[in-house]
Design a binder for this molecule. Structure first.
Ligand code: PLP
Length: 402
């Protein structure tokens, strides 16, 4: 039997075996508490500090600017709540309508406490308009939070320019780089961001570990209180094995980034071409070029309300793809808020299928995916038969389906 095809790396990624190896020691023998003064504690502390330097080097930061958290969600919460809390007043945050729930829901919580929140619109490709940001910055703004890459449509924002505009107008700049990290180059000093969120499980590291980069000098209040770990910004005994895994995942991601970016971009373009060849009903979401290398969002005209059925049929056939973000899975059938914000109507906003590749995705998987997708479209009666010659690599697709 053929193994399953996992094309949902934007939801989470499998652990890289090299990450598993690095973590193994800290899941077994090396169990010390990094805050302990004895040898066991010192071994754990050294491992945490090594990982801190490794994660820092993925984004060009200094190790002391890295705060380990329990998730990307927590890093986003710490950035937004921490800045406003440190200000000691209600404040004003500017963000976009297409942020991840970790930012949007934090903004809602802030709103309830009296913080003014301005939600910037995006265009049909998911890009923020500089002029809109400039307009929002005319008032007094404490923090701008704009994601580096969108998890639903894959569009990559011009963070360097947006951060510069914010800085020139006296606002701090945070970017949620959870989807972007390890896939496109990110250097905090080139981008000149003040705060940046990461999550290990999106780059072949473990779940339950995140990072907030905090530029030296940025005033931030903690949101979790206790023993004063992580420079007092995130109390709790460190998840040593998880942090070690994050460090190793960051090193691998940095070393392989350029080659992977190229490889995944080529595979994505090939998939888009083959989808177009397979069905004239297929259309795409997000920016054509300013996008994550291995991320593709698409729909089938006239079948938007049946997207869930296609995803289920593919799942039965051994293929994992998703309808937008995993966080919205609890609200399946509802239109995507990201697509509505991009100007799509409710019908189109229900029709999104997200396919996201990762380090272990292969050409062979893509070929098998198209075979299964062709069969699924026929089974669902979205298509009568599969056109011959669908495979661009020269292999032949059956025209008569069983
Ligand atoms: N931000 C973005 C853009 C994401 O895609 C995700 C996860 O899907 C998160 C934040 C949350 O990260 P975590 O799963 O580590 O809480």
């Amino acid at each position: 039997m053929n193994p399953r095809i996992y094309f949902d790396h934007s939801a989470t990624t499998p652990l890289d075996p090299r990450v598993v190896d690095a973590m193994a020691q800290f899941l077994g023998g090396a169990f010390g508490n990094p805050s302990s003064q004895h040898n066991e504690g010192r071994i754990a502390r050294a491992a945490v500090e090594k990982a801190r330097a490794e994660v820092a080097s993925l984004i060009g930061a200094a190790p002391e600017e890295i705060i380990f958290t329990a998730s990307g969600t927590e890093a986003d919460n710490l950035a937004l709540l921490g800045v406003i809390e440190a200000k000691g007043a209600a404040g004003h945050v500017v963000t976009t309508a297409i942020e991840h729930a970790a930012v949007l829901h934090t903004c809602r919580a802030l709103e309830k406490r009296g913080t003014k929140i301005t939600y910037l619109a995006v265009n049909g490709e998911g890009l923020v308009c500089h002029r809109d940001l400039l307009r929002a910055l005319q008032g007094s703004v404490d923090l701008v939070s704009i994601m580096a890459a969108n998890n639903v449509v894959g569009t990559v924002q011009p963070i360097e320019e947006l951060a510069q505009l914010s800085r020139l107008n006296g606002a701090l700049f945070h970017t949620d780089a959870v989807q972007a990290a390890g896939k496109i180059p990110l250097d905090v000093n080139r981008l000149r961001v003040d705060l940046l969120s990461l999550s290990a499980h999106k780059l072949h590291g473990p779940k339950g570990v995140g990072t907030l980069y905090v530029r030296k000098g940025v005033q931030l209040s903690p949101i979790i209180f206790g023993g004063g770990h992580e420079r007092g910004l995130r109390s709790a005994t460190e998840n040593v094995a998880g942090i070690v895994g994050f460090g190793t995942a960051a090193v691998i991601a940095r070393q392989e980034l350029e080659a992977e970016k190229l490889r995944l971009s080529k595979l994505r373009v090939q998939i888009a071409d083959r989808l177009r060849d397979l069905s004239s009903k297929c259309y795409f979401f997000g920016h054509l070029t300013e996008r994550l290398p291995g991320h593709l969002s698409f729909g089938f005209r006239g079948h938007e309300s049946e997207t869930g059925a296609l995803i289920s049929v593919l799942d039965e056939a051994g293929v994992a793809v998703s309808a937008g973000s995993a966080c919205n899975a609890h609200h399946s059938g509802e239109p995507s808020g990201v697509l509505l914000a991009m100007g799509y109507n409710e019908v189109r906003a229900r029709g999104l299928i997200r396919l996201s590749l990762g380090r272990f995705s292969t050409q062979e998987e893509i070929d098998r995916f198209f075979d299964k997708l062709s069969r699924a479209l026929v089974r669902l009666k979205w298509q009568e038969h599969v056109p011959a010659g669908t495979h661009r690599d020269g292999s032949f697709v059956q025209t008569m389906l069983s």
